[in-house]
Design a protein around this ligand. Structure first.
Ligand code: C5J
Length: 223
């Protein structure tokens, strides 16, 4: 299969490619969560949910593998370095009780993926304590066991958990495609800079394309 992309077309086989949906959880997208506590306008992030849902639905229809992540810590915060928890002056810190339960803690309402993108049975769901999805998780082992070679990325935020995960994946030998309209940042200029830096220098980190072009690739194959 071949999707038009930048800096050149992205070739992939369905069986060895995973759709990775990063941190589309209430803590980043809804008021009262972690993103909001840091002073961000979280409404920007909610605008990508319909495009993500279209890709997820099409990918599921063709039988593609799906992986979801959530940035979430253990209840006792033993996996949250004090340097992460204590930085800055947020209204609420990681582990503090907020309107959606404890901030960035596994199992709390805020750590749930938004309803429109809820994981389906059999899809991977990884809680990760870091920004990158490979740090302190079994992601690499699980992907290797399934002989995965390529990752198609959606999710938030573009320059933090998405870019970090993409760079980690690139260093581990995966080829990575980022869906431009399925990722967002609280800072538009950070999103556009990230897209540029990913695909610069011949795709130094990977490729970027739109959900429309990915869906067109799936349709062209009659899938
Ligand atoms: C952040 C994330 N922005 N999921 N996390 O702290 O990008």
């Amino acid at each position: 299969m071949r999707a038009e992309a930048q800096p050149f077309p992205f070739e992939f086989e369905l069986a060895s490619t995973v759709l990775a949906v990063i941190d589309m959880q209430r803590d980043f997208i809804e008021p009262g969560g972690f993103g909001d506590s840091l002073g961000n306008d979280v409404s920007r992030l909610s605008f990508i949910v319909p495009a993500c849902a279209r890709v997820l639905s099409a990918w599921r229809k063709v039988g593609g593998l799906v992986l979801h992540t959530r940035e979430a810590h253990r209840a006792d915060l033993s996996d949250c370095p004090p340097a992460k928890r204590n930085r800055g002056q947020p209204r609420l810190r990681i582990g503090d009780p907020g309107p959606m339960g404890r901030i960035l803690v596994s199992g709390e309402p805020g750590s749930e993926i938004v309803d429109a993108l809820a994981p389906a049975a059999g899809e991977w769901v990884f809680d990760k304590p870091g920004k990158g999805m490979f740090y302190a998780t079994r992601v690499h082992e699980e992907l290797q066991a399934m002989r995965v070679k390529r990752l198609i990325f959606a999710g938030v935020t573009t320059e933090v958990c998405v870019q970090t995960s993409m760079r980690e994946a690139n260093d581990r030998g995966y080829e990575c495609l980022l869906l431009e309209d399925c990722t967002e940042s609280y800072f538009p200029e950070f999103k556009s800079a990230t897209l540029e830096m990913v695909r610069a220098q011949g795709g130094i980190v990977g490729w970027t394309t739109s959900s429309k072009l990915l869906l067109a690739a799936l349709a062209t194959e009659g899938l």
